[in-house]
Design a protein around this ligand. Structure first.
Ligand code: HEC
Ligand code: HEC
Length: 330
């Protein structure tokens, strides 16, 4: 009974039966929703065809080449902006994208928008659609937008801020995973050397090292791996991308600059790379054959790893890379 009354009331309020179904600016929201459901707004179609090549909210952050349309909307429509003003501003921009930008951050980050001829009435339709409707926005958009514009939109803003903040956060997470694995490996390796000598400790590296990184991976819900350009175990061969990062770390290491992890934000998740460097302890198994690596160690290594490339290192060299993969939303 109650529901029936509510239903009749709603029908009366929205005037669903009485109003002819034509397009008009929404005053009663539910009515507008019904109209929209039946006749897609022409501005939506034009926008998706002409503008979403670059402004599509579905383009991921890593592949973005222009600000998402929702961001444009928020820079162009303020509390007091009328539809007419917004329409004029949009037409002015589309007709001449070299005119004064309202989105300096986006302009700096993505470069200029190329000029593409779009008739004014098409842009008027887009403006009409944008002004009256909620549009799709990228995942987590509200959060990043707030981070990028702590003082609201306007002068001095920087659309790049959100990326930097996010990358730093991911770098810290990835590095923490890698360092946890490194600490655990180091601790166990030292213990094995103390208790069983170098040759005995090879056994630890051979059977336990990868198990240990695997268990850290499970514990931390990430994929934590050690890879190398000159691997001892062929399973640890770095792929092309990892090789490129590994090379890029080498000059940084020799110039003693602070090394920052490399962060890659991808569709599937986040990848963080950080170099693994040698110290004196490593050389008994990774140093110069017959000098730091004693013959008895070398023969065991050769037996276990006939294709061993991981010798000949000195201290403070890049032995490999931590490659950490995790889900950005965890
Ligand atoms: C080929 C890629 C591309 C297409 C297609 C495109 N844009 Fe853009 N647009 C950009 C880039 C890049 C920027 C950032 C440059 C800037 O803001 O100066 C931008 C920025 C904008 C801005 C913000 C301008 C400002 O104040 O800085 C508006 C408004 C805009 N686009 C509207 C549109 C509309 C409407 C369409 C469709 C009719 C469209 N764009 C199609 C690339 C594109
Ligand atoms: C007791 C000998 C020994 C010592 C000491 C040692 N390693 Fe290794 N290392 C190995 C063995 C054996 C492997 C192969 C592990 C496997 O099969 O997964 C290995 C593998 C690695 C790998 C993985 C890539 C590859 O080559 O397969 C890295 C990275 C690495 N070691 C770095 C170091 C660093 C850095 C140190 C010093 C802190 C060090 N190791 C000390 C024996 C040793």
């Amino acid at each position: 009974m109650k529901y029936y009354m509510l239903f009749t009331l709603l029908m009366a309020l929205t005037g669903c039966k009485e109003t002819p179904r034509q397009h008009r600016t929404p005053s009663g929201l539910s009515n507008d929703t019904m109209v929209r459901a039946e006749v897609p707004h022409p501005g939506k179609r034009i926008m998706e065809q002409e503008c979403y090549i670059c402004h599509d909210p579905k383009i991921t952050r890593a592949r973005r080449i222009a600000p998402p349309m929702e961001s444009i909307k928020r820079h162009y429509i303020d509390v007091g902006t009328t539809k007419d003003e917004f329409t004029k501003a949009l037409i002015r921009w589309v007709n001449d994208p070299r005119t004064e930008s309202k989105m300096l951050g986006a302009h700096a980050k993505f470069g200029p928008m190329p000029y593409m001829p779009n008739p004014d009435d098409a842009v008027t339709q887009i403006a009409d659609y944008l002004y009256d409707n909620e549009i799709d926005r990228p995942k987590e958009f509200d959060l990043y937008f707030a981070m990028a514009h702590p003082n609201g939109v306007g002068e001095g803003e920087c659309e790049c801020f959100d990326d930097l903040a996010l990358e730093k956060e991911y770098a810290a997470i990835g590095l923490a995973h890698a360092m946890a694995a490194q600490a655990e490996l180091g601790r166990n390796l030292k213990k094995a050397i103390q208790e069983e000598g170098t040759v005995g400790a090879i056994q630890f590296c051979n059977t336990e090292a990868s198990k240990l990184t695997d268990s850290i991976s499970v514990m931390r819900n990430a994929i934590v791996e050690r890879v190398s350009d000159k691997p001892r175990n062929p399973d640890n061969q770095a792929n092309a991308e990892e090789l490129a990062y590994l090379e890029s770390f080498k000059p940084k290491l020799s110039s003693k600059n602070d090394i920052e992890p490399v962060v890659q934000i991808e569709d599937k998740g986040v990848r963080v790379y950080y170099p693994i460097t040698t110290n004196a302890l490593c050389l008994q198994c990774h140093g110069k054959p017959d000098k730091q690596v004693r013959p008895e160690t070398l023969s065991v290594l050769k037996y276990l790893y006939p294709k061993d490339k991981a010798v000949g290192y000195n201290v403070d060299e890049i032995r490999g890379l931590w490659s950490v993969d995790f889900n950005a939303n965890d």
